[in-house]
Design a protein around this ligand. Structure first.
Ligand SMILES: Nc1ncnc2c1ncn2[C@@H]1O[C@H](COP(=O)(O)OP(=O)(O)OP(=O)(O)O)[C@@H](O)[C@H]1O
Ligand SMILES: [Mg+2]
Length: 279
Protein backbone atom coordinates (compact mmCIF):
# COMPACT_ATOMS: atom_id res chain seq x y z
CA UNK A 1 0.00 0.00 0.00
CA UNK A 2 1.30 3.47 -0.89
CA UNK A 3 -0.27 6.57 0.62
CA UNK A 4 0.57 10.26 0.97
CA UNK A 5 0.40 13.02 3.55
CA UNK A 6 0.79 16.72 2.86
CA UNK A 7 1.10 19.59 5.33
CA UNK A 8 0.54 23.06 3.89
CA UNK A 9 1.53 25.31 6.79
CA UNK A 10 1.49 29.07 7.09
CA UNK A 11 5.14 29.20 6.06
CA UNK A 12 6.22 25.94 4.44
CA UNK A 13 4.77 22.96 2.58
CA UNK A 14 5.87 19.42 3.33
CA UNK A 15 4.78 16.11 1.77
CA UNK A 16 5.49 12.50 2.63
CA UNK A 17 4.92 9.17 0.87
CA UNK A 18 4.40 6.12 3.06
CA UNK A 19 5.24 2.86 1.29
CA UNK A 20 4.54 0.06 3.73
CA UNK A 21 6.54 1.19 6.77
CA UNK A 22 9.01 3.24 4.73
CA UNK A 23 8.63 7.00 5.29
CA UNK A 24 9.78 8.95 2.24
CA UNK A 25 10.18 12.67 2.91
CA UNK A 26 9.81 15.25 0.16
CA UNK A 27 11.39 18.70 0.21
CA UNK A 28 10.48 21.65 2.42
CA UNK A 29 9.10 24.39 0.19
CA UNK A 30 8.23 27.96 1.09
CA UNK A 31 4.47 28.51 0.64
CA UNK A 32 3.34 30.97 -1.99
CA UNK A 33 0.12 32.94 -2.35
CA UNK A 34 -1.23 29.91 -4.24
CA UNK A 35 -1.50 27.06 -1.70
CA UNK A 36 -2.92 24.65 -4.31
CA UNK A 37 0.15 25.14 -6.45
CA UNK A 38 2.51 24.79 -3.48
CA UNK A 39 0.72 21.61 -2.40
CA UNK A 40 1.13 20.15 -5.89
CA UNK A 41 4.84 21.03 -5.95
CA UNK A 42 5.42 19.57 -2.47
CA UNK A 43 3.71 16.32 -3.39
CA UNK A 44 5.58 16.14 -6.71
CA UNK A 45 8.86 16.29 -4.75
CA UNK A 46 7.81 13.45 -2.45
CA UNK A 47 6.55 11.37 -5.38
CA UNK A 48 9.85 11.89 -7.19
CA UNK A 49 11.79 10.69 -4.17
CA UNK A 50 9.52 7.63 -3.99
CA UNK A 51 10.12 6.91 -7.70
CA UNK A 52 6.48 7.60 -8.54
CA UNK A 53 5.20 9.82 -11.32
CA UNK A 54 1.66 10.67 -10.33
CA UNK A 55 -0.50 11.16 -7.24
CA UNK A 56 -2.93 8.71 -8.88
CA UNK A 57 -0.51 5.96 -7.86
CA UNK A 58 -1.27 6.67 -4.19
CA UNK A 59 -4.07 4.71 -2.51
CA UNK A 60 -5.14 7.61 -0.32
CA UNK A 61 -3.93 11.12 0.52
CA UNK A 62 -4.62 13.18 3.66
CA UNK A 63 -3.89 16.91 3.86
CA UNK A 64 -3.29 19.02 6.94
CA UNK A 65 -2.15 22.56 7.82
CA UNK A 66 -3.56 25.99 7.01
CA UNK A 67 -3.81 25.17 3.30
CA UNK A 68 -5.35 21.74 3.73
CA UNK A 69 -8.69 22.71 2.22
CA UNK A 70 -6.91 23.95 -0.90
CA UNK A 71 -5.17 20.63 -1.46
CA UNK A 72 -7.35 19.45 -4.30
CA UNK A 73 -5.67 16.08 -4.78
CA UNK A 74 -6.25 14.99 -1.16
CA UNK A 75 -9.06 12.55 -0.37
CA UNK A 76 -9.54 14.08 3.04
CA UNK A 77 -8.14 16.69 5.41
CA UNK A 78 -7.42 16.35 9.12
CA UNK A 79 -6.37 18.96 11.71
CA UNK A 80 -2.72 19.74 12.39
CA UNK A 81 -3.12 18.87 16.07
CA UNK A 82 -4.22 15.32 15.23
CA UNK A 83 -1.59 14.93 12.51
CA UNK A 84 1.38 16.17 14.58
CA UNK A 85 0.33 13.94 17.47
CA UNK A 86 -0.18 10.93 15.21
CA UNK A 87 3.09 11.48 13.37
CA UNK A 88 5.18 11.95 16.52
CA UNK A 89 3.60 8.94 18.21
CA UNK A 90 4.09 6.84 15.06
CA UNK A 91 7.86 7.45 14.99
CA UNK A 92 8.24 7.59 18.80
CA UNK A 93 5.50 5.66 20.67
CA UNK A 94 6.88 6.73 24.07
CA UNK A 95 5.91 10.37 23.38
CA UNK A 96 3.33 11.85 25.77
CA UNK A 97 3.79 15.59 25.26
CA UNK A 98 4.46 17.53 22.05
CA UNK A 99 5.28 21.15 21.34
CA UNK A 100 4.90 22.17 17.69
CA UNK A 101 6.47 25.53 16.88
CA UNK A 102 5.91 26.42 13.25
CA UNK A 103 6.06 29.67 11.32
CA UNK A 104 2.92 31.18 12.75
CA UNK A 105 1.58 28.95 15.51
CA UNK A 106 2.75 27.32 18.66
CA UNK A 107 0.72 24.33 19.86
CA UNK A 108 1.10 21.97 22.77
CA UNK A 109 -0.48 18.53 22.83
CA UNK A 110 -0.72 15.68 25.27
CA UNK A 111 -0.91 12.21 23.78
CA UNK A 112 -2.23 8.95 25.20
CA UNK A 113 -0.27 5.70 25.05
CA UNK A 114 -2.48 4.79 22.07
CA UNK A 115 -1.42 7.91 20.18
CA UNK A 116 -4.65 9.88 20.44
CA UNK A 117 -4.79 13.54 21.50
CA UNK A 118 -5.72 13.89 25.18
CA UNK A 119 -5.55 17.71 25.24
CA UNK A 120 -4.10 20.67 23.38
CA UNK A 121 -3.43 24.39 23.67
CA UNK A 122 -2.56 26.99 21.04
CA UNK A 123 -1.00 30.41 21.13
CA UNK A 124 -3.31 33.33 20.45
CA UNK A 125 -2.29 33.99 16.86
CA UNK A 126 0.47 36.29 18.00
CA UNK A 127 3.85 36.14 16.26
CA UNK A 128 5.74 36.12 19.57
CA UNK A 129 6.68 32.57 20.45
CA UNK A 130 6.59 31.36 16.84
CA UNK A 131 8.93 31.04 13.88
CA UNK A 132 7.89 34.48 12.67
CA UNK A 133 9.46 35.95 15.82
CA UNK A 134 12.74 34.18 15.07
CA UNK A 135 12.59 35.28 11.42
CA UNK A 136 12.31 38.93 12.53
CA UNK A 137 15.09 38.56 15.12
CA UNK A 138 17.44 36.80 12.70
CA UNK A 139 17.02 39.78 10.35
CA UNK A 140 17.56 42.38 13.08
CA UNK A 141 20.67 40.59 14.34
CA UNK A 142 21.84 39.72 10.78
CA UNK A 143 22.90 36.32 12.08
CA UNK A 144 20.46 34.06 10.18
CA UNK A 145 18.84 30.93 11.64
CA UNK A 146 22.30 29.49 12.19
CA UNK A 147 23.26 32.25 14.61
CA UNK A 148 19.97 32.00 16.53
CA UNK A 149 20.21 28.20 16.68
CA UNK A 150 23.87 27.74 17.50
CA UNK A 151 24.69 26.26 20.89
CA UNK A 152 27.84 28.40 20.72
CA UNK A 153 25.53 31.35 21.28
CA UNK A 154 24.16 30.00 24.57
CA UNK A 155 25.16 32.49 27.25
CA UNK A 156 25.17 32.33 31.04
CA UNK A 157 24.20 36.02 31.18
CA UNK A 158 21.14 36.23 28.92
CA UNK A 159 19.52 39.54 28.09
CA UNK A 160 16.04 39.87 29.52
CA UNK A 161 13.48 40.34 26.74
CA UNK A 162 10.44 41.70 28.54
CA UNK A 163 8.02 42.52 25.70
CA UNK A 164 5.24 40.02 25.05
CA UNK A 165 4.63 41.50 21.60
CA UNK A 166 7.02 40.73 18.75
CA UNK A 167 6.89 44.32 17.44
CA UNK A 168 7.96 45.72 20.84
CA UNK A 169 10.42 42.87 21.33
CA UNK A 170 12.03 43.84 18.00
CA UNK A 171 12.54 47.42 19.26
CA UNK A 172 13.90 46.01 22.50
CA UNK A 173 16.43 43.89 20.62
CA UNK A 174 17.46 46.86 18.46
CA UNK A 175 18.14 48.81 21.68
CA UNK A 176 20.19 45.92 23.08
CA UNK A 177 22.28 45.86 19.88
CA UNK A 178 22.78 49.63 20.07
CA UNK A 179 23.86 49.28 23.71
CA UNK A 180 26.56 46.79 22.66
CA UNK A 181 25.01 43.87 24.55
CA UNK A 182 26.89 40.75 23.35
CA UNK A 183 25.13 38.82 20.57
CA UNK A 184 25.10 35.56 22.57
CA UNK A 185 23.32 37.28 25.48
CA UNK A 186 20.66 38.65 23.12
CA UNK A 187 20.17 35.34 21.31
CA UNK A 188 19.90 33.41 24.58
CA UNK A 189 17.39 36.00 25.80
CA UNK A 190 15.32 35.52 22.61
CA UNK A 191 15.35 31.73 22.93
CA UNK A 192 14.47 31.91 26.63
CA UNK A 193 11.58 34.25 25.88
CA UNK A 194 10.09 31.82 23.31
CA UNK A 195 10.84 28.87 25.61
CA UNK A 196 8.98 30.65 28.42
CA UNK A 197 5.87 31.01 26.26
CA UNK A 198 6.10 27.44 24.94
CA UNK A 199 6.66 26.16 28.48
CA UNK A 200 3.46 27.93 29.58
CA UNK A 201 1.49 26.21 26.82
CA UNK A 202 3.04 22.86 27.71
CA UNK A 203 2.20 23.19 31.40
CA UNK A 204 -1.43 23.80 30.45
CA UNK A 205 -1.65 20.32 28.91
CA UNK A 206 0.65 18.78 31.55
CA UNK A 207 4.32 17.98 30.95
CA UNK A 208 4.73 14.22 30.86
CA UNK A 209 7.81 12.48 29.44
CA UNK A 210 8.71 11.79 26.76
CA UNK A 211 8.48 15.35 25.51
CA UNK A 212 9.30 16.08 21.85
CA UNK A 213 9.32 19.12 19.62
CA UNK A 214 7.91 19.24 16.08
CA UNK A 215 7.83 22.00 13.45
CA UNK A 216 10.60 24.01 11.86
CA UNK A 217 11.70 25.67 15.12
CA UNK A 218 12.83 22.26 16.38
CA UNK A 219 15.92 22.94 14.20
CA UNK A 220 16.86 25.59 16.73
CA UNK A 221 19.22 23.84 19.18
CA UNK A 222 19.41 26.99 21.30
CA UNK A 223 15.63 26.98 21.72
CA UNK A 224 15.61 23.29 22.68
CA UNK A 225 18.30 24.01 25.27
CA UNK A 226 16.27 26.94 26.64
CA UNK A 227 13.08 24.86 26.74
CA UNK A 228 14.81 22.02 28.59
CA UNK A 229 15.99 24.60 31.10
CA UNK A 230 12.50 26.11 31.43
CA UNK A 231 10.76 22.75 31.85
CA UNK A 232 13.44 20.87 33.75
CA UNK A 233 12.96 17.80 31.52
CA UNK A 234 14.83 16.64 28.43
CA UNK A 235 13.37 17.13 24.95
CA UNK A 236 13.73 13.88 23.05
CA UNK A 237 14.98 14.06 19.44
CA UNK A 238 12.62 12.39 16.98
CA UNK A 239 14.16 9.84 14.62
CA UNK A 240 12.47 11.46 11.58
CA UNK A 241 12.79 15.17 10.63
CA UNK A 242 10.37 16.88 13.09
CA UNK A 243 9.42 19.56 10.56
CA UNK A 244 7.71 16.80 8.54
CA UNK A 245 5.74 15.41 11.51
CA UNK A 246 2.38 16.86 10.43
CA UNK A 247 2.81 15.34 6.97
CA UNK A 248 3.95 12.02 8.48
CA UNK A 249 0.83 11.95 10.69
CA UNK A 250 -1.36 12.79 7.69
CA UNK A 251 0.21 9.88 5.77
CA UNK A 252 -0.35 7.49 8.70
CA UNK A 253 -4.02 8.55 8.81
CA UNK A 254 -4.15 8.01 5.04
CA UNK A 255 -2.86 4.48 5.52
CA UNK A 256 -5.51 3.77 8.20
CA UNK A 257 -8.22 5.04 5.86
CA UNK A 258 -6.96 3.04 2.89
CA UNK A 259 -6.64 -0.09 5.03
CA UNK A 260 -10.19 0.34 6.36
CA UNK A 261 -11.52 0.90 2.83
CA UNK A 262 -9.81 -2.28 1.60
CA UNK A 263 -11.33 -4.25 4.50
CA UNK A 264 -14.89 -3.34 3.37
CA UNK A 265 -16.42 -6.23 1.35
CA UNK A 266 -16.44 -5.44 -2.38
CA UNK A 267 -20.27 -5.59 -2.65
CA UNK A 268 -20.67 -2.76 -0.12
CA UNK A 269 -17.93 -0.50 -1.55
CA UNK A 270 -18.93 2.68 -3.42
CA UNK A 271 -18.67 2.37 -7.22
CA UNK A 272 -15.58 4.60 -7.48
CA UNK A 273 -13.33 6.46 -5.03
CA UNK A 274 -13.27 10.25 -5.30
CA UNK A 275 -10.76 10.95 -8.06
CA UNK A 276 -7.47 12.69 -7.36
CA UNK A 277 -6.77 16.08 -8.88
CA UNK A 278 -3.61 17.04 -10.69
CA UNK A 279 0.00 16.46 -9.61
N1 LIG B 1 17.43 25.90 10.16
C1 LIG B 1 16.52 26.47 10.97
N2 LIG B 1 16.87 26.87 12.21
C2 LIG B 1 15.98 27.45 13.03
N3 LIG B 1 14.68 27.66 12.70
C3 LIG B 1 14.27 27.27 11.48
C4 LIG B 1 15.16 26.66 10.55
N4 LIG B 1 14.47 26.39 9.42
C5 LIG B 1 13.22 26.82 9.63
N5 LIG B 1 13.10 27.34 10.86
C6 LIG B 1 11.89 27.93 11.46
O1 LIG B 1 10.80 27.11 11.13
C7 LIG B 1 9.67 27.93 10.76
C8 LIG B 1 8.77 27.16 9.83
O2 LIG B 1 8.34 26.00 10.50
P1 LIG B 1 7.22 25.04 9.91
O3 LIG B 1 7.63 24.54 8.59
O4 LIG B 1 6.92 24.03 10.96
O5 LIG B 1 6.03 26.07 9.74
P2 LIG B 1 4.55 25.86 9.22
O6 LIG B 1 4.12 24.46 9.44
O7 LIG B 1 4.46 26.39 7.84
O8 LIG B 1 3.81 26.86 10.21
P3 LIG B 1 2.47 26.71 11.07
O9 LIG B 1 2.43 25.31 11.60
O10 LIG B 1 2.62 27.72 12.14
O11 LIG B 1 1.36 27.00 10.11
C9 LIG B 1 10.30 29.16 10.13
O12 LIG B 1 9.46 30.29 10.32
C10 LIG B 1 11.62 29.31 10.90
O13 LIG B 1 11.48 30.21 11.99
MG1 LIG C 1 2.92 23.54 10.89
Amino acid sequence: MIVGGVDIGSTTAKAVVLRGDEIILGTILRVTTKPEHTANLAMEEALKKAGLSSVQELDYVVATGYGRQKTTFANENISEISCHARGAWHVCPSVRTIIDIGGQDCKSMSVTEKGTVAGFEMNDRCAAGTGRFFDVMAKVLTCGYDGISSLQNVSETPAHITSQCSVFAESEVISLVNNDVPLADIITGINLSVAGRAGGLLRRVGVKSDVVMTGGCSRNAGLIHALEKALGVPILMLPVDPQFMGAVGAAVFARDKATAAKAVPVATQPAKEASHGTV
